[in-house]
Design a protein around this ligand. Structure first.
Ligand SMILES: Cc1cc2nc3c(=O)[nH]c(=O)nc-3n(C[C@H](O)[C@H](O)[C@H](O)COP(=O)(O)OP(=O)(O)OC[C@H]3O[C@@H](n4cnc5c(N)ncnc54)[C@H](O)[C@@H]3O)c2cc1C
Ligand SMILES: NC(=O)C1=CN([C@@H]2O[C@H](COP(=O)(O)OP(=O)(O)OC[C@H]3O[C@@H](n4cnc5c(N)ncnc54)[C@H](OP(=O)(O)O)[C@@H]3O)[C@@H](O)[C@H]2O)C=CC1
Length: 472
């Protein structure tokens, strides 16, 4: 059995693990660092641009793990899978029999797709997580005539947008599309983009509306066979060129339904699906884009506390319930008392922020200094693109946990922009900004500073008024 000694031990080569390595390379390059990664390719981030203090956009690239050695002189990489953690004696072992002693460890083992429960009934049900699973999907797409997409989050939305020349049936439990990220109004905005026959001059009609809402909150297997890290924001571009674009999108959306059963059949199509609403669909394959579950494919000497989502519960310093073990990214469950406008969603940005925080905390402990939680955990921000539009989500953008006494102020210009402000007691609690709105920084300030907007009334979203002037 080969053995190593390290001050810091990082597990996983996804965005969280690599961010942890990079941050420690800056904070503590003289200390020994071991990275255990199941894949020789790791993720890193480039072209970081800030729309505001906490709103960040960046590209995600895949690179050889060995390239990390250029930035960290004392980094050793072990290409293997973590198998067991002995937290009392402070060592970890791998599948391949390597033993690593550590002072502090950060678990960044990510997540695996949580497939529909029928997934074991057919090989034609796919999940999407890493490069290998996308290759499998591309193969099916190339030969297939009809696919069923199940789930209503990020992956399903991107697949629906990016694939062409194949019949698509999108089965969702909600009554509007892309519910993880947006509200019914924004869903309608996007659905207009599906309808290419929309009157051109509709784009000129800007509508501003205020709604007083009395609705309820809208918030909505362990697997050792890990190959590489989760894909990045642009993964679906690989799909765009794959099929010929025959013009019209062949898309059917089935609302308020779930998969009840699946069976392989010998017919025109090889797979038959029965939905909860009684509908039968024959198709070539199913993409189950139904969320992720934390990848905890290793054992501990002492069972750590986990959250309801199965992730390792971490405090505000990213430490789990076992001393000197930290966790970041999709494997972690944010168990601290959250700031009023922050909540956890398993995203690149949060994986990166948590990992940088974990690295700072480990470093602070090593040098006996205090550390404060980073400012980025004050405000939920997500910058992405959906159906070809830039989407920025801020704070409680869907009125999450605001009860039933909040107001919504909307401004929308079909095919151009959709702006939604969520207000409570006259103060901005969250926002959805779709299109090139240029409102990110102002919204960030309004949420963080909790400025009373009552005096401005609906003018706050009047497109003819430069609202920034109010706050100069
Ligand atoms: C298709 C797709 C598109 C996405 N698009 C976006 C997007 O546009 N924007 C966004 O913000 N987020 C997006 N996400 C989510 C984002 O990718 C994840 O939140 C993020 O990658 C999590 O990073 P991570 O480092 O925690 O986990 P991962 O990227 O899963 O990395 C975990 C790493 O740990 C390794 N590992 C696991 N177990 C072990 C073990 N026992 N020993 C050693 N190594 C191990 C794995 O092989 C992997 O390399 C997307 C996800 C998917 C699947
Ligand atoms: N642009 C971006 O930012 C992107 C982000 N991602 C991230 O990658 C990860 C994986 O994406 P994805 O798989 O889309 O996960 P998401 O968590 O985004 O969405 C999962 C969706 O599947 C639904 N669902 C869950 N179980 C079932 C079921 N049994 N039957 C029918 N529907 C079900 C959920 O509904 P319900 O809410 O009702 O449970 C939800 O609509 C997520 O962390 C996501 O945030 C992925 C792609 C793009």
């Amino acid at each position: 059995m080969s053995s190593y000694k390290s001050t810091y031990l990082i597990i996983g080569g996804g965005i969280a693990g690599v961010t942890c390595v990079e941050t420690l390379a800056i904070l503590h390059p003289e200390e020994s660092l071991v990275l255990i990664t199941a894949s020789s390719l790791v993720k890193n981030v480039s072209n970081v641009s800030f729309f505001a203090k906490t709103i960040v956009k960046f590209d995600v690239n895949e690179t050889e793990a060995s390239s990390l050695q250029k930035i960290h002189p004392n980094l050793q990489i072990i290409y293997d899978s973590l198998n067991y953690i002995d937290s009392k004696n402070k060592f970890a072992t791998t599948d391949g029999g390597v033993r690593v002693e550590y002072e502090m460890m950060c678990l960044c083992t990510g997540g695996i797709p949580r497939l529909i429960s029928e997934a074991n009934k057919s090989k034609r049900i796919l999940g999407i997580r890493d490069t290998e699973s996308v290759q499998e999907f591309q193969k099916r797409l190339k030969d297939g005539r009809k696919m069923v997409i199940v789930g209503n989050g990020g992956i399903a939305s991107e697949i629906v947008h990016a694939t062409r020349g194949i019949q698509k049936v999108w089965v969702i439990r909600d009554d509007y599309i892309s519910a993880t990220f947006i509200d019914p109004g924004a869903a309608q905005f996007f659905q207009d983009t599906f309808n290419r026959k929309l009157e051109d001059n509709a784009a000129k009609n800007t509508i501003v509306r205020r709604h007083i809402f009395t609705e309820e909150d809208t918030l909505v297997s362990l697997n050792k066979d890990l190959k590489s890290a989760a894909l990045g924001p642009d993964w679906y571009r690989k799909l765009e060129d794959l099929r010929n674009d025959h013009g019209e999108q062949e898309l059917e959306i089935i609302y308020k339904a779930e998969v009840k059963s699946v069976s392989d059949i010998e017919s025109e199509f090889p797979l038959r699906i029965e939905l909860s609403n009684g509908r039968i669909i024959d198709c070539d394959f199913i993409v189950s884009a139904t969320g992720v579950e934390p990848a905890l494919n290793y054992k501990f000497d002492e069972e750590p506390i986990k959250g309801l989502d199965g992730g390792l519960s971490v405090n505000e310093f990213q430490e789990i319930s076992i001393k000197d073990i930290f966790a970041a990214g999709d494997v972690a469950h944010a168990a601290w008392t959250h700031a009023p406008h922050w909540f956890q969603l398993r995203l690149w940005t949060q994986a990166r922020q948590m990992a940088a925080m974990a690295a700072k905390s480990m470093h602070a402990r090593k040098i006996n200094e205090e550390v404060l939680q980073d400012f980025c955990f004050e405000l939920f921000t997500h910058c992405t693109s959906l159906f070809g539009y830039r989407v920025v989500l801020l704070g409680k953008y869907n009125g999450q946990n605001l009860g039933n006494d909040y107001e919504i102020l909307l401004r929308t210009t079909p095919r151009h922009e959709y702006i939604k402000f969520v207000l409570q007691n006259g103060k901005l609690q969250g926002a959805i900004l779709i299109g090139e709105t240029d409102l990110e920084e102002m919204c960030e300030n309004l949420i963080l500073d909790q400025i009373d907007l009552t005096p401005f009334g609906d003018e706050i979203l009047n497109p003819d008024i430069d609202i920034d002037d109010y706050f100069d």
